[in-house]
Write a protein that binds this ligand. Structure first.
Ligand code: NAP
Length: 236
């Protein structure tokens, strides 16, 4: 009998991360998930059932990352969609949406992979999370740069950590909890604009993004790549 594989998902308590966790437990793998809110964590663990365990942590807090991974057996994979940030125009000169954004989204994932390293099996797969603004920014240049930096990080890590594989998932607008938590007067115009900006005429679903992340976890020939799951937005 094959031993169950274990995957860690930091940001696995809602949205795309939780959708991936559901796919993994459905095929009889184990998941170790994390997020900041104890309530969201509790609900996610209830949904996922006995193949899941989890802890609260903030991905920007390095000591918590070490404690989290110390709970892990050998990991077959890591996915890091956890990030909480705001974006703004360059001309605003705002620190939180420039340096703070990198702290939240880039350095969080960078140190998460570093903390996971002792626990990753030699055939493990790491999937970082960027965003399609890397290739087609519509303002917020620090956000575009942060996503590009993550895609570069995946290439650099793929080289240094081989045979561990490292890739990046770069979503376009996705109808996820992230957007559902934003006010309707922000979400609805953004979704309407998105329809015209991509080729499939709608936002992606969490399930579609989770499917793309699962492909990167599973396909043994994928490393150093960025997968744009964006309905053709970056191509258009
Ligand atoms: N949805 C989109 O349209 C879209 C498009 C492009 C890129 N992305 C990227 O996708 C990621 C977000 O995924 P999602 O759309 O599925 O959002 P989501 O539904 O809000 O899920 C985010 C997950 O990460 C956790 N999280 C957030 N900040 C965290 C932190 N500092 N430390 C630990 N956990 C944290 C959240 O739980 P807690 O809040 O409880 O911590 C939650 O589990 C971001 O990197 C975002 O840039 C999303």
């Amino acid at each position: 009998m094959q031993t169950k594989r274990t995957y860690a998902i930091i940001g696995g308590t809602s949205g795309i991360g939780l959708a991936l966790a559901q796919k993994l437990v459905a095929r009889d793998d184990r998941v170790l998930i994390a997020g900041r809110s104890p309530e969201r964590l509790k609900e996610a663990l209830r949904v996922l059932g006995s193949s899941a365990s989890g802890y609260t942590l903030n991905i920007t807090h390095r000591p918590s990352l070490s404690t989290f991974f110390a709970q892990a057996p050998a990991l077959s994979g890591l996915f890091t969609p956890a990030a909480s940030y705001k974006t703004a125009d360059f001309s605003d000169g705002d620190l939180e949406s420039s340096e703070g954004l990198f702290h939240a989204k880039f350095w969080g994932q960078y140190w998460a992979v570093h903390a996971a390293l002792p626990y990753l099996a030699p055939d493990a797969s790491v999937v970082l999370m960027s965003g399609a603004a890397s290739a087609r920014p519509l303002g917020a240049p620090a956000y575009a740069a942060c996503n590009s930096a993550l895609e570069g990080l995946a290439r650099g890590l793929a080289f240094e950590l081989s045979p561990i594989r490292v890739n990046c998932l770069s979503p376009g607008t996705t109808d996820s909890t992230l957007w559902r938590n934003r006010p309707a007067n922000v979400r609805e115009p953004a979704f309407a604009a998105w329809q015209a900006l991509n080729l499939v005429g709608r936002p992606a679903s969490e399930e579609e993004q989770a499917h793309a992340a699962l492909f990167l976890l599973d396909n043994g020939n994928m490393t150093g790549s960025t997968l744009f799951c964006d309905g053709g937005y970056t191509f258009r």
